[in-house]
Write a protein that binds this ligand. Structure first.
Ligand code: ZN
Length: 316
C-alpha cells in the first residue's frame, strides 16, 4: 500500500563556502551536522547534511559547497523559501539570536502566523515559524536549548513557473490537501507533523537560475522501500519520467522535474544516517560509500577542512 507523502524528507541547496555553511546552519541555527560525505556524482565536492539529533526525515537540509561556483538566482522553478519550525514562545529568542549574529530579520504574517524571514550568508531565503506540531529536537548547541531548538522544517514556499500545474501535482501526485488561499499564496498540507505545510507563491514572475545560493531540489518522504517502488510507478503513471531508483546510502531516491520545473525527489525514510556510523558520532568523520573508499586519501586531500564550532557571538 502506498500512502500519500508525509511531507518533506530533505531540501538540498548549492552554496560556495563549506565552513560558512557549517557556521550558519550549526553555529547560528543550532542544527546538528549529521553527515559529512561527498557528492556521489562529483566526489571533489562535499555533501553536508544538517538536521535534528538523528537527522530525522523532515529535518534535513543538505548542501553541495563548491568554492568559486557560479551564483544562481532564486525564482520560478525552485523552492523559494525554506521554512523552519520552532516550539511556541521561542520566536523572540530566535529574533534576538539572529540579530546578535548580524542576520537581518523581517517579520511577516501569512495565514495568521508570524514568520521571521532572513537569508543565510549565500543568499538562501529562510524563515522561522512557531508551531505546536512536531517533536522537539534533542540537540542543543551554544545558547540554543532543546526547548527553543529548530524542530525541523515547517514546510517550504514554492516558486513555480506554472503554479496551477504545480498545485495539481501536489494534490494528485503527492497527495497533499489544499487547505487555504491568501493573496498570492495557496496552502497545502501533507499528513506528517513536520515538513508538512507547503505554500505556492503565485506572484513570482521571474525564472530562477540554478547555482550557488539556490535550492537544487526538494525531496518528499516515502515510508518504506516497498512503497518507494510503488511511488515510482505512480509518478510514471501520472505522466512524469522519474529516474531509476538510486542508492544514496542513507535513503533511496527517484527524481523528476514537475511541470512548474521544480526538481522533485522521492526519498525513503530508511535506512537513515546511523547506517554507516554510530548515532552518537554522526557527522564527525568523512563518510564514503564503499565504492569510493579506495580513493579516500585523494578525495580527502581535495576537500577543505571544516569544523563545527561555537561562534564568538554565542559566548555570553
Ligand atoms: Zn536529495
Amino acid at each position: 500500500m502506498r500512502q500519500p507523502t508525509a511531507g518533506i524528507h530533505h531540501i538540498t541547496a548549492f552554496v560556495q563556502d563549506a565552513q560558512g555553511t557549517v557556521d550558519f546552519y550549526s553555529g547560528i541555527l543550532g542544527l546538528r551536522l549529521v553527515k559529512k560525505t561527498i557528492n556521489f556524482d562529483a566526489p571533489e565536492v562535499y555533501h553536508l547534511y544538517f538536521g535534528n539529533e538523528i537527522g530525522k526525515p523532515g529535518t534535513i537540509i543538505t548542501f553541495f559547497p563548491w568554492a568559486g561556483s557560479r551564483k544562481g538566482r532564486i525564482g520560478g522553478g525552485q523552492v523559494g523559501i525554506t521554512t523552519y519550525v520552532v516550539p511556541p514562545n521561542s520566536l523572540d529568542f530566535w529574533k534576538q539570536r539572529l540579530e546578535s549574529f548580524n542576520v537581518k530579520v523581517t517579520e511577516v504574517e501569512r495565514f495568521q502566523e508570524t514568520y521571521l524571514q532572513f537569508q543565510d550568508t549565500e543568499g538562501l531565503r529562510l524563515e522561522i515559524v512557531e508551531r505546536e506540531s512536531g517533536e522537539n529536537s534533542n540537540w542543543s548547541f551554544g545558547n540554543v536549548t532543546t526547548d527553543k531548538a529548530i524542530k525541523g522544517f515547517g514546510g517550504a514556499v514554492l516558486y513555480s513557473k506554472a503554479p496551477e500545474k504545480t498545485a495539481e501535482t501536489l494534490e494528485s501526485v503527492m497527495g497533499l490537501k489544499r487547505i487555504g488561499e491568501e493573496g498570492s499564496f495557496v496552502r497545502y498540507q501533507a499528513t506528517g507533523d513536520i515538513g508538512n505545510i507547503i505554500d505556492i507563491d503565485r506572484s513570482v514572475t521571474y525564472d530562477g537560475i540554478g547555482g550557488a545560493g539556490t535550492v537544487h531540489h526538494i525531496a518528499w518522504r516515502a515510508q518504506t522501500d516497498e512503497e518507494h517502488t510503488l511511488w515510482r510507478t505512480h509518478v510514471e503513471n501520472s505522466g512524469y519520467h522519474p529516474t531509476k531508483i538510486i542508492d544514496r546510502q542513507y535513503f533511496h531516491a527517484i527524481y523528476f522535474r514537475e511541470h512548474g520545473e521544480i526538481l522533485f525527489e522521492i526519498a525513503t525514510d530508511p535506512p537513515g544516517f546511523a547506517n554507516d556510523e554510530a548515532a552518537e558520532n554522526l557527522g564527525e568523520k568523512l563518510m564514503l560509500p564503499a565504492w569510493f573508499e579506495k580513493y579516500r586519501h585523494e578525495i580527502q586531500s581535495n576537500l577543505p577542512d571544516i569544523e563545527v564550532r561555537t561562534l564568538e557571538e554565542d559566548v555570553e
